[in-house]
Design a protein around this ligand. Structure first.
Ligand code: BJW
Ligand code: ZN
Length: 246
């Protein structure tokens, strides 16, 4: 399944970057955004993760995010998340860039994590920017949490379509991608910018590009290796082989 070249590269590389998307959490039971699972109460999940959805129907928007946040309380990281923790421990310079807001990489024990699209447990006030954890709210009457400082509307601290990413996170992610020797793109449809450009930045600077996905994506043709299958199966195998050849 893995080429000799990949194993050799990983054994001799000083810097590795991994970019993850919703697919890595799918085996934990977290729904992905696109495809047949990307639906919630007849809403298209892609359409709910927008500033328009927040502005036009705050109650539904919060209901959707509360549902996802509560779902995560009972959800555990899977073998794919844990294999990335092992990979981080093998390598001297390892950066995990995630588009996921589910906190599962940190729950598994990953340390150097860049959260490109925020974190679903964090919230901020749209008026005064006050920040806090969602769990710190009492259950609100109209389903929309209010700011304890100014009574403005709170919203989840996640990056919605058309919003800019935290510049510090994005710069770190771009720098790590531009200087790594091996880049993995795992469980992402490779459609959403600017995350989707990171593998190309890496490859353009000479990195060996590996994709792990259950399906082909627009990135597959550019990848040096496109491994078709579940990340929860492929990643533990990769770690086992690396361990044997160390
Ligand atoms: C498995 C598996 C298993 C399943 N194992 N694999 C340039 C060109 C065109 C448009 C733009 C552009 N630059 C910016 C844009 C606009 C927009 C964009 O990219 N649009 C495109 C869709 C056309 N980007 C933005 O708006 C971004 N902002 C920005 O760039 O600001 C500046 C700017 C704005 C406007 C114009 C120009 C510049 C912000 C993007 C924010 C994305 N936010 C969301 C919601 C986050 C909060 C939340 O979670 O609710 O992020 S949308 C959603 O998509 C979420 C995800 O992180 C993101 C990516 O999805 P992901 O992770 O890839 O999931 P899926 O479901 O798509 O794929 C899962 C994959 O897993 C599939 O491939 C499966 O096969 C696979 N899989 N099981 C392995 N077991
Ligand atoms: Zn406020």
């Amino acid at each position: 399944m893995f080429s000799k070249k990949l194993i050799q590269r990983l054994n001799h590389s000083s810097s590795v970057v991994v970019l993850t998307g919703a697919g890595i959490s799918a085996e934990s039971g977290v729904p992905t955004f696109r495809g047949k699972d990307g639906l919630w109460e007849n809403y298209n999940v892609q359409e709910l993760a927008t500033p328009e959805a927040f502005n036009e129907n705050r109650e539904t928007f919060w209901k959707f995010y509360n549902w996802r946040r509560k779902l995560l309380n009972d959800i555990k990281p899977n073998l794919g998340h844990y294999a990335l923790v092992d990979l981080e421990n093998f390598l001297s310079d390892f950066t995990l860039i995630t588009q996921n807001v589910d906190n599962l990489h940190q729950k598994a024990g990953s340390k150097n994590v860049i959260e490109l699209h925020g974190n679903i447990t964090h919230t901020y006030c749209i008026d005064c920017n006050f920040r806090t954890n969602r769990d710190e709210f009492e259950d609100e009457v109209d389903g929309i949490p209010r700011c304890p400082e100014c009574n403005g509307y709170m919203r989840p601290d996640v990056v919605l379509f058309g919003e800019t990413l935290d510049p510090e996170c994005l710069t770190k992610a771009q720098e790590a991608s531009a200087t790594c020797e091996v880049f993995f793109s795992i469980g992402t449809s490779s459609l959403v910018e600017p995350a989707a450009s990171l593998p190309y930045v890496a490859k353009g600077n000479g990195a060996y590009l590996v994709e792990i996905n259950t399906e082909q994506t627009p990135l597959s043709v550019t990848a040096d290796e496109a491994l078709l299958g579940k990340s929860g199966k492929i990643l533990p195998l990769l770690v086992m082989i690396l361990d044997r050849f160390r």
